[in-house]
Ligand binder design. Structure first.
Ligand code: SF4
Ligand code: SF4
Length: 347
């Protein structure tokens, strides 16, 4: 790791999830109709596409916003760019990339409909390029849309804007939301499912799965099987997710990107050895080791001087810690407590 470049290089571990087909968990509401009039796709107007996204209740997996509202409120102006988010820069996670690779025509149709609403000058699909643990090579195009390969250290999501000319607008929408929009347009299907990567060394059959929104984590793990009892189960991203302790009581939502079951977690951490790796890994250049100590002592007064509010919860500090301390969880918890204390006027 360089001491001059922030962020970390992560082993991506996206196989075999990426090249295996998506496992679909069937359910009774799979083809819940969104009651949209039967109109030829090329005759759909801007307003009708927004209405379609509204009736289909599509949630953008990249930010949790309703797609219809995003389409309605976005004004790209002249020279704007539409960016399709299939970055998946966290280890194991490949649910967005997999959607693009296994359903390129659907994703491309969704993008086409979005273009009709937003009239961008340029559109591209963004994918993280440092995937070395797979035979898979990133496609040049999804349909007719160019794939821009995003490189560099983790976290890479912020670099999707690097091709945007100064003074021009851009909007990011999730690749899976595009797939759901195409299904709504072609088959009048409501969005009732979400795409999730199920992986980790405790998972027997790691896969990308499509499951009904609201399915319990326990059911999804049963679908893929376990080869040993996991010490930790993470829901969300492998770096940005949270540990869960009752998988039978946790359900997945439209923004859940992964379920990672690991045989070894952050339990029984060793004491901090003061190595400073967490400081150098932080993409926001925060004084992480000092912040962690202050957070553990509950010294929020001093912590306010260290810009804890700038933490983006990327998890890089926990990943590099040789003592297996969940540094990010400590900082994120402290950040929330400080926000609350500020609201209540006690800080
Ligand atoms: S979780 Fe926060 S403190 Fe840790 S590396 Fe990421 S931004 Fe820095
Ligand atoms: S990486 Fe871990 S051991 Fe090293 S300074 Fe940070 S918290 Fe301490």
């Amino acid at each position: 790791m360089s001491f001059f470049v922030r962020g970390i290089i992560l082993e991506q571990k996206k196989e075999p999830m990426l090249t295996r087909s998506t496992l679909v968990m069937r359910h009774e509401y799979e083809y819940f109709d969104c009651d949209f009039p039967d109109i030829a796709l090329d005759e759909l107007s801007r307003e009708q596409i927004i209405e379609l996204a509204r009736l289909a209740e599509i949630v953008d997996e990249s930010d949790g916003k309703l797609l219809c509202e995003k389409l309605e409120k976005t004004d790209l102006g002249e020279g704007g760019t539409l960016i399709i988010d299939a970055v998946d820069d966290e280890p194991y996670i490949s649910s967005q990339m997999s959607g693009c690779i296994h359903h390129p025509e659907k994703v491309a149709l969704g993008i086409e409909l979005c273009e009709k609403v937003l009239s961008p000058e340029k559109t591209y699909v963004a994918m993280y390029k440092h995937i070395f643990d797979t035979n898979f090579s990133i496609p040049k195009k999804i349909g007719n849309y160019k794939v821009e390969k995003i490189g560099g250290r983790y976290p890479a999501e912020g670099r999707v804007y690097r091709h945007i000319p100064k003074g021009k607008n851009a909007v990011v929408v999730g690749a899976c939301a595009m797939l759901h929009l195409a299904r709504a347009a072609e088959d009048s299907r409501k969005m009732t499912s979400c795409f999730i990567t199920v992986a980790g060394d405790a998972i027997l059959n790691p896969r990308n799965v499509e499951v009904p929104v609201g399915t319990s984590v326990e059911r999804i793990i049963q679908l893929c099987g376990l080869n040993e009892k996991p010490e930790v189960i993470i829901m969300g991203g492998s770096m940005t997710g949270r540990s869960i302790f009752e998988p039978e009581n946790e359900v997945v939502g439209p923004t859940t990107r992964g379920i990672i079951a690991l045989s070894r977690g952050y339990h029984n951490p060793s004491p901090c050895i003061g190595c400073g790796r967490c400081d150098h890994a932080c993409p926001k250049a925060l004084s992480v080791s000092t912040m962690r100590k202050l957070a553990e002592f509950g010294d929020f007064e001093k912590l306010t001087r260290y810009d804890a509010a700038l933490c983006i919860g990327c998890g890089a500090c926990s990943y590099v810690c040789p003592s297996r301390i969940d540094v990010a969880a400590t900082i994120i918890k402290a950040k929330k407590q400080m926000e609350l204390a500020k609201k209540e006027g006690t800080l």
